[in-house]
Unconditional design. Structure first.
Length: 137
């Protein structure tokens, strides 16, 4: 390649790179007005209850999934009856707390607290399955 060809190719590559970067940065970050400041925000306002309503459904689904996993492990005799009783009590208490907190919508602090509680119960179930000692803890 001649020196002029190399310079031309390098200039064309740089120009095409800058052109695609400019076009990509011109796109909306959240897609068609659904992000912060989009028309959904203008339509509904900044009510945090609407923003976290779907997350409350996720917490409810995770608690239901934990109850199913506990039942499945009980049927397969992977955890003892004492461990099952304790885990079911934890899930029942988490559901009651979820209902109590969700009566007027969940704020971000309550969501973090409930998610941490679900994660802790999930961790306990994993630990009970792995210990093989037929007692809690």
């Amino acid at each position: 390649m001649t020196r002029l060809t190399r310079i031309t190719v390098a200039a064309l590559l740089t120009a095409s790179l800058l052109a695609t970067a400019g076009a990509a940065s011109a796109q909306p970050a959240y897609g068609y007005g659904y992000g912060p400041g989009g028309y959904e925000r203008e339509r509904y306002g900044s009510d945090w209850r609407r923003e976290t309503a779907w997350r409350a459904g996720e917490i409810r689904d995770q608690l239901d999934d934990l109850a199913r996993r506990i039942d499945r492990n009980d049927r397969r005799d992977r955890i003892s009856e004492r461990e099952v009783w304790g885990l079911r009590r934890e899930v029942r208490a988490a559901r009651e707390q979820f209902r109590w907190m969700n009566r007027d919508g969940l704020d971000h602090r309550e969501l973090r607290h409930l998610q941490a509680r679900v994660d802790h119960i999930r961790w306990q179930l994993r630990g009970e399955r792995a210990d093989w000692n037929d007692r809690r803890g």
